[in-house]
Design a binder for this molecule. Structure first.
Ligand code: ADP
Length: 259
């Protein structure tokens, strides 16, 4: 038997299956978010690749931006509590979580027991989110998964003075036209995102240890730039994009009625 957590985000759908001991037995992601066939794709991939049987699924909990549209879940839980649950499992000593997704960024404090303390969220603007990076990577012509690596060879960090994604895009286009080096621009883009997120995190303060999660945590350039801005080391759990889905799967296990 297994238990499923589904995180229906704005840009990707993540599914994690755990066994009755809370161990991850399978996971899958579709690069499609809320309101699309992302859930169907992620679930069919999970069952195709894992050998698990859908009929052995005992409970499903949904989280993420699109959680209310998934009717097969027994419950819908907020991303805040699911991320806290997932991080607690992967990195028990963490007290501050910084989650950077496709459309929002969050900073969450958790106690040593995993209960939620203060939190802050940015969901009104693309600056400081994965969307800003998705736009910028297209402008510089580097795939999102290579941005971190390319940024490492920067000779200098170019200043991107506009925080608004629309104005910053024009600024980067002008700098490219003037002959700026792509790695230097990428380093500037990472610093711009990191500054914005550091401002959000400082609204609640940093209690060590601190973890970085969400799809953007896969970008080493953001991890380095944010660590520098905050002056703290950032831990990244394995598969950081799946943390919310893992938390939802653990709740699906805990909240499953036992006979
Ligand atoms: P959401 O839950 O809002 O859909 P995610 O936590 O899934 O967001 O993160 C999506 C973001 O992660 C994308 O906008 C993209 O910028 C970033 N991302 C996804 N995959 C990678 C990767 N391999 N390397 C760097 N960044 C990535």
């Amino acid at each position: 038997m297994h238990f499923l957590g589904i995180d229906i985000g704005s840009s990707a759908t993540k599914v994690v299956a755990v066994d009755d001991n809370g161990n991850i037995v399978a996971q899958s992601a579709a690069l499609l978010g809320a309101g699309t066939r992302g859930v169907d794709d992620a679930l069919s991939q999970l069952y195709k690749n894992s050998g698990l049987k859908q009929s052995d699924c005992k409970n499903i909990i949904a989280t993420g931006y699109g959680r209310m549209n998934f009717e097969k879940a027994s419950e819908q839980l907020s991303e805040i509590i699911c991320h806290a649950k997932g991080v607690k499992k992967m990195l028990p000593s963490v007290r501050t979580i910084i989650d950077i997704g496709g459309q929002d960024s969050k900073a969450i404090q958790i106690s040593d027991k995993g209960t939620i303390g203060q939190f802050a969220m940015n969901d009104k603007c693309a600056a400081g989110t994965g969307r800003f990076l998705d736009v910028m990577c297209r402008v510089v012509g580097i795939p999102i998964e290579e941005m971190g690596e390319v940024g490492k060879s920067a000779a200098k960090v170019l200043d991107i003075s506009n925080t608004c994604a629309v104005f910053a895009e024009s600024e980067v286009i002008s700098k490219l036209a003037e002959g700026s080096a792509i790695p230097d621009l990428i380093a500037g883009i990472h610093t711009s995102v990191a500054r914005r997120i550091a401002g959000l995190v400082m609204r609640i303060g940093v209690v060590p240890e601190t973890a970085l999660t969400g799809g953007v945590a896969k970008n080493d350039g953001i991890k380095e730039a944010l660590s520098k801005e905050l002056g703290v080391e950032l831990l990244v759990p394995p598969n950081p994009q799946f943390t919310g889905a893992l938390g939802a799967a653990l709740f699906a296990l805990e909240r499953h009625p036992r006979i």
